[in-house]
Ligand binder design. Sequence first.
Ligand code: ADP
Length: 392
Amino acid sequence: MRILTINSGSSSIKVGLYEMGEKERLVLSGSIQRIGIKAGIFQISDSNKKTIIDKHIDIPDHDTALKLLFNWLKQYDPGSNLDAVAHRVVHGGKKYSTPQRITPAVLSDLKQIIHLAPDHLPHEIKAIQATSYYYPDMIQVACFDTAFHRQMPQLAKIVALPRHYQHSGVIRYGFHGLSYEYILQELRKEAGDEVADGRIIIAHLGNGASMAAIRHGKSMDTTMGFTPAGGLVMSTRSGDLDPGILVYLIEEQGLRPSALNELINHQAGLLGVSGISSDMRDLLDKEDSEIHAREAVELFCYQASKHLGALAAVLGGVETLVFSAGIGENSSVIRQRICQNLAFLGIHVDPERNSANASIISPEKATVSVRVMKTDEDLMMARHTNTLIKGE
Ligand code: ADP
């Protein structure tokens, strides 16, 4: 089975072409970057990372980007050996707790919940519509970032506002679900059922960052909530804020809704606190000379550590802690700093294993197994789509 995965963001579209047979194989991967910004880039490489296409052209909008992609794909694969297209969809609202074959009814549901993810859903819907245009009979599947968390206990989902807000959809949804599902599947393969069904905290620390508390393979709570702006300090998102701050910003500082959205999603987090960069590597490079870079990194670790403690309380203890995504997979310094005050939970990090990015970085006989695992949300989408089609 050949599955194309599409991950359509605000200024980029990432694609992967997977062969899902006995073995899973990434045949092609690529991206279209800087959509709507000058000097766009269209890149595709093969399974050996050999560049097949590397075009530098202005790409004014998503329609142009999708046309570029599908025209190229049709030329590259004229017989259309594609069996399905999997779309990453940030939000499935209250209704969707599993991946869905996209039908006119599903598409209409997605249009109804655009207000829940106005920065993401319109681009994802465009990608679905473009796929239908270029490949009219293609099977398309929506893989939701919220789906994994839909079964969270009621108390983890409700927020302390009057009931009618809950009925209109103001609840905690949680995100990064595809990443958590992938890590869980890999953990089950690597460490067995007993570990995968135990008390697990996964820290997905990339530009977007969140943690999830998992028990018996199910999400029990997570740091992101109604939107992906909540929870941990992120590259440009604030994470949790006292709600009174928002009222103050509107009433006293005169911020309009669009400016507030820009502030909490694009100007806050590591970028806001450091005033230098949203990129963790840049900040680690500068933390000895720039006090605000150091404070941003310290705040990131402090908040991560604090949330980790809260999630351990949700689970009544922790047996496995997994670090993943750009920062979690690569930065031994950040992992060490997050864990340094967590010995009371049984969390210890072995310095040598940690600096070697070993798959298990806790000491031999530690009660909590601390792991580093590479996540792969695109492959998870291909797996979901493969399973869904085979089950039909
Ligand atoms: P996204 O959420 O956009 O997929 P990634 O998972 O790629 O992001 O994570 C990007 C973050 O990972 C950036 O802040 C980057 O600096 C950080 N990162 C990548 N490698 C390292 C490293 N070796 N040390 C510290 N941070 C790193």
